[in-house]
Design a protein around this ligand. Structure first.
Ligand SMILES: [Zn+2]
Length: 357
């Protein structure tokens, strides 16, 4: 039965009313639904569900790591509400994470720090420190939240015996339009094969385009893949719009497939065939080195746009970046990043025949 404070079953609204932490006197934080599903609230925006009987998959669904990327927040909020109202019976253990509630309230990507740059320890908080005792003056809420999300993901995966299937889908929307409306970033696997089952599953989500990374990163998905051996992806689901203004029909296949995945419903997938996909790898990253950095194309340019060989892409004081290779495409351009951070990636098509399993 739902506690009185959650009687609306609107976990997102409750999270946004308590964006930094739960009220200290809130009870109960653990309760059971009539259908036997165990519900545990671990922090603001963090809810873990364990159905009475469950399959072999431990699934993390995260959203709002960037606060203005709203469609995924709406997708996850609807799933959580349906679970709490027993309109959706889970077949798997699921952990939902609403990443950055203060930024969601502000309608901003981040308040101070871009959370998707501070995982795998890049937040700078060692395991033995009490995060509650750290102040904003010392380390931003966002870096502390990254450290907490790592703890929650660890707790979730380690609460059951090893040897199960772990996955984490970190749901985002892009700042700009894209030649491929939806695409997935597949973190570097250090030479392990790319998962055909995951390609097929994500194709069922209407995501046929993948950016295959070849280097470690400080993103949430790389953290889950590298630290926990999870099938982990950053899913870019289209262009960000304000909360409540998304055309949710554009996200129906993702939402329906995730719903089926956590409830054991049938998902129609096709066997993996490389030619069904658009696969890219990073050719080079362009980092902002000086305050003079500027992009030399229209700010409205879409992700995966290809420009002619030799086209001037960016200037950074006396450095010029031009298109060096046929087929090179632009992704994630953003001149408004901190010095030393990535201002854009250049990607090119890649084949992975023989590198999948
Ligand atoms: Zn994002």
């Amino acid at each position: 039965m739902l506690p009185a404070w959650l009687s609306s079953a609107d976990f997102l609204a409750f999270t946004l009313a308590n964006p930094e932490q739960l009220p200290s006197d809130l009870q109960p934080l653990t309760f059971q639904l009539k259908n036997g599903t165990d519900c545990q609230i671990w922090d603001t925006g963090i809810i873990c569900f364990t159905p009475q009987t469950y399959g072999n998959n431990d699934i993390v669904l995260s959203c709002g790591v960037h606060g203005n990327e709203t469609a995924p927040i709406e997708i996850c909020a609807a799933l959580v509400q349906d679970i709490l109202l027993e309109r959706l019976q889970l077949s798997e253990r699921v952990l939902f994470l609403f990443g950055n509630p203060p930024a969601i309230n502000a309608g901003k990507r981040e308040l101070i720090d871009n959370m998707n740059r501070f995982f795998s320890g890049a937040h700078g908080i060692s395991n033995d420190r009490d995060i509650d005792a750290i102040t904003d003056v010392e380390i931003s809420f966002e870096k502390r939240r990254c450290a907490r999300l790592e703890q929650y993901v660890s707790r979730f995966y380690q609460a059951v015996p090893a040897g199960r299937e772990r996955c984490l889908y970190d749901l985002h929307t892009a700042i700009r339009g894209s030649q491929f409306e939806k695409f997935a970033v597949y973190p570097f696997l250090h030479g392990k094969p790319w998962s055909e089952a995951q390609f097929s599953l994500l194709a069922a989500c209407d995501i046929p385009c993948f950016l295959l990374m070849q280097t470690p990163a400080t993103t949430f998905s790389y953290y889950a893949a590298q630290t926990h051996g999870a099938h982990a992806f950053t899913l870019e689901l289209g262009k960000a719009r304000p909360l409540g203004e998304n055309d949710m029909s554009r996200f129906a296949k993702v939402a329906d497939t995730l719903r089926a995945l956590i409830s054991g419903a049938d998902i129609t997938t096709k066997p993996f065939v490389e030619t069904d996909f658009q696969l890219f790898e990073v050719y080079r990253a362009i980092n902002k080195q000086t305050e003079a950095f500027e992009l030399c194309f229209a700010t409205s340019i879409e992700n995966f746009t290809q420009l002619p060989l030799g086209t001037l892409l960016a200037k950074d004081a006396d450095i010029e970046y031009r298109v060096e290779q046929p087929g090179e495409a632009i992704i994630f351009p953003n001149a408004n990043v901190a010095l030393g951070q990535r201002a854009m990636l250049m990607v090119k098509p890649v084949s992975i025949i023989g590198q999948t399993a």
